[in-house]
Design a protein around this ligand. Structure first.
Ligand code: HEM
Length: 420
């Protein structure tokens, strides 16, 4: 019954259990014999602030191993995780983000120019192509041309089959080698991506302008850890694929949801068009609150049992702060199902443990500033240039796809005419 609840009506099922059992609930399903969901911001703070050796996110993310590789920052724990994270952080620092704004605006323009006029189309595929474009240019630093197109094609071929829940489960259960046929196909696609990435690493190490380049890839090539060591080619490959997998589908889904919510609220659209940056940021925040792309994060208890409020959680159990359920708390967000960017503009905006679309603590999303900026820039550009309208009368429902919570029909819209 619990498995059915999670598959058929996850939010209603989770909320019903929260009402019945409180803010810490143990679940069992066919996919996981025991995990503990957390619905309270104060307890979530305890989880995010716990020592990373005792609550391990890398172990909880193991399902992504076959794609991102064993040296990925997503999969590591403890000192190894900290080393990778420190190497990756500088290029994602808030200040650096401004350099990417132009790349983001241009990618938005290319996407808008490709939209059909006068007939319904789904925004999500267009947003996927846009965010992949942005990652390949801003993170990989690959420009226009056949190399960019070929890399895009191979990446989509590798990611697509794993973007369904079944695909991910099959991958996880088989440690990446599910059944001879499908496993081999996946291996071949991964090898096809790796070939281009290793080629690019070799080419870039020799680039005369390496020190002046502003893309993340070039900065990672020059980064040194505390012992003065650079990243190896294999480490670089895993981190580049990690940034791609973590940053592409997630941001595209966030953007698709933003338009689903916005286009049904002409009052919010008019205000966003006035150009106030703080309001635009509030639109992004409220989108990620109401439609968090990732519903929850995981930490596995190690070393000794973990005291969580009144409960002692045994070693080996996964604790899941529920992003989606915390974002629906009536006491923190009055009328939680309403789309109200103003929530983030008052004197008392939601705190770091009440608004958690990017997780938290030493594992908080490395691309949070990047993704928030990209969403704001793309929304601004689309509102400037296009007068989109929803194609369907009824608001779109969400479904779980892989690890993301996605609009079921991909947000169908119509573009009557381009304004610019
Ligand atoms: C709207 C878009 C995005 C959402 C909703 C999102 C969400 C998340 C969440 C929930 C986590 C796990 C945090 C935790 O366990 O506490 C995470 C981790 C991560 N994200 Fe994002 N993300 C987004 C975009 C990006 C982008 C654009 C990048 C990079 C280009 C990125 C890179 C990462 C990395 C590297 C991690 C692992 C951090 C670590 O384990 O130390 N994400 N993200």
């Amino acid at each position: 019954m619990q498995t059915a609840g999670f598959i058929l009506q996850p939010s209603r099922w989770i909320d019903a259990n929260r009402r019945r059992y409180g803010d810490v609930v143990t679940f069992r399903s066919l996919f996981d014999p025991c995990f503990v969901m957390v619905f309270d911001p104060e307890l979530t703070k305890q989880v995010f602030r716990a020592s990373p050796g005792r609550l391990r996110a890398g172990e909880a993310n193991a399902v992504l191993g076959p794609v991102v590789g064993s040296r990925s920052v997503l999969l590591l724990d403890g000192a190894e995780h900290l080393r990778e994270r420190k190497l990756l952080l500088p290029p994602f620092h808030g200040e650096r983000m401004r350099a990417y704004e132009r790349v983001m605006t241009e990618a938005a323009d290319r996407a808008i120019d490709a939209w059909p006029v006068g007939e319904p189309f789904a925004l999500l595929p267009s947003m996927r192509s846009l965010t992949l474009d942005v990652i390949l240019r801003a993170v990989f630093g690959v420009d226009e041309g056949p190399r960019l197109e070929e890399l895009k094609r191979r990446i989509r071929a590798m990611i697509d089959p794993t973007s369904t829940r079944i695909g991910l489960i099959a991958l996880a259960l088989s440690g990446g080698r599910f059944g001879a046929g499908a496993g081999q196909r996946f291996e071949d696609r991964r090898a096809a991506v790796d070939e281009l990435i290793y080629e690019e690493i070799a080419r870039r190490r020799d680039a005369p302008d390496l020190a002046e380049r502003e893309d993340v890839f070039s900065m990672l090539l020059l980064a040194r850890d505390e012992d003065g060591e650079a990243m190896t080619d294999a480490e670089l490959r895993d981190e580049l694929v990690t940034l791609l997998v973590a940053g592409h589908e997630t941001t595209a889904t966030g953007l698709a949801w933003a338009f689903e919510l916005l286009l049904r609220r002409p009052d919010v659209v008019s205000r966003a068009r006035e150009g106030d940056r703080a309001y635009l940021d509030a639109v992004v925040k409220e989108t990620l609150r109401l439609k968090p792309v990732i519903a929850g994060v995981g930490r596995v208890v190690r070393e000794e049992p973990f005291q969580l409020g009144r409960y002692e959680i045994p070693v080996g159990i996964e604790i899941n702060p529920s992003i989606a359920a915390i974002h629906r708390r009536r006491d923190r967000y009055p009328d939680p199902r309403e789309f109200r960017p103003e929530r983030f503009l008052g004197d008392d905006p939601p705190d770091t443990y009440t608004w958690i679309p990017f997780g938290g603590g030493t594992r908080r999303c490395l691309g949070a500033a990047f993704a928030s900026l990209e969403m704001a820039v793309v929304i601004r550009r689309v509102l400037e240039r296009a007068d989109l309208a929803p194609a369907d009368r009824r608001p779109e429902k969400g479904i779980r796809r892989g690890i993301t919570h996605t609009p079921k029909r991909g947000v169908r819209v119509v573009l009557p005419a381009l304004s610019r």
